[in-house]
Design a binder for this molecule. Structure first.
Ligand SMILES: NC(=O)c1ccc[n+]([C@@H]2O[C@H](COP(=O)([O-])OP(=O)(O)OC[C@H]3O[C@@H](n4cnc5c(N)ncnc54)[C@H](O)[C@@H]3O)[C@@H](O)[C@H]2O)c1
Length: 256
């Protein structure tokens, strides 16, 4: 078996589209067996077929990352299908659209926090024992540039992603003795369904997009492959001395 993560087992949440789908494909091409999970069964099934057609080992389970019972099922299914777990990519997330603070409902706040932050906590909480049992591994938590700098009308999203950053560091310290590395990834704006749905829709969509593009020093949004490459590096032994780190992949958005 060859590849940068050959012989490893990975679990990728939110793998039906966007960054999660590209990460699942990338890890499978580099030799990992991949458990994909998502809410969107049809889209995930298409990614699963693609991976299998290319000769990759993969499986899929329906999962809401904010539900503890779904995590129990998914970890049991991963153990049954592949017998181990070395790489956990806590990728599933929601943006929520523009939500001005003064009219932001508590319901919206809780919905965003439950997927973006509770989901990452539950993922580590339930996958940790299997990763430790498998001899250690690498956890990659998807934060954002918006876990490091603010954006108006995105209070819940920013709070959730800032939470992921610090949750990652605490876990990294706690799990270093177990051989489990934990790092966060902070993408700039990347062309995925999330960005298409939250940034470019609406009457001023193009104007908003142009302003956001200009905030990236490289003068463009990223593409999913550029984040999947960073995740692959953190998943592989090439990053063996990295834990508790913030990997910023943002075309220079946070450089100023
Ligand atoms: N695209 C960007 O510009 C960008 C930038 C920074 C961070 N991120 C983060 O990267 C991750 C992936 O983003 P994306 O752009 O690919 O998003 P996306 O919306 O394109 O895809 C997200 C996937 O997660 C799934 N999902 C949503 N809620 C879920 C739940 N409760 N349980 C399980 N699956 C669920 C969706 O069905 C979808 O397949 C998210 O955590 C996001 O916050 C994205």
């Amino acid at each position: 078996m060859t590849g940068r993560v050959a012989g490893k087992v990975a679990l990728v949440t939110g793998a039906a589209m966007g960054l999660g789908a590209e990460t699942a494909r990338r890890l499978a091409r580099e030799g990992a067996a991949v458990m994909l999970t998502d809410l969107a069964d049809a889209e995930a099934d298409a990614v699963l077929r693609e991976i299998r057609t290319e000769g990759g080992r993969a499986d899929y389970r329906h999962q809401d990352v904010s539900l503890e019972s779904d995590w129990e099922t998914v970890i049991a299914a991963t153990r049954e299908a592949f017998g181990a777990l070395h790489i956990l990519v806590n990728n599933a997330g929601v943006a929520g659209g523009p939500l001005p603070l003064m009219t932001h409902s508590l319901e919206d706040w809780r919905r965003i926090l439950s997927v973006n932050l509770d989901g990452v906590f539950l993922g580590m909480r339930h996958a940790g024992a299997l990763i430790a049992e498998s001899g250690g591994g690498s956890v990659i938590n998807l934060s954002s540039i918006l876990g490091k700098v603010g954006l108006p009308e995105a209070a819940a999203y920013c709070a959730s992603k800032g939470g992921v950053l610090m949750l990652t560091k605490a876990a990294a310290l706690e799990w270093a003795p177990l051989g489990i590395r934990v790092n966060s990834v902070h993408p700039g704006f990347i062309d995925t369904p999330m960005v298409a749905n939250s940034v470019t829709l609406g009457p001023d969509g193009n104007e908003k997009r142009s302003l956001l593009v200009a905030a990236h020093a490289l003068g463009r949004f990223g593409v999913p492959r550029e984040i999947a490459d960073a995740i692959l590096f953190l998943a592989s032994d090439e990053s063996s001395f990295m834990t508790g780190a913030e990997m910023v992949v943002d075309g220079g958005y946070t450089a100023h």
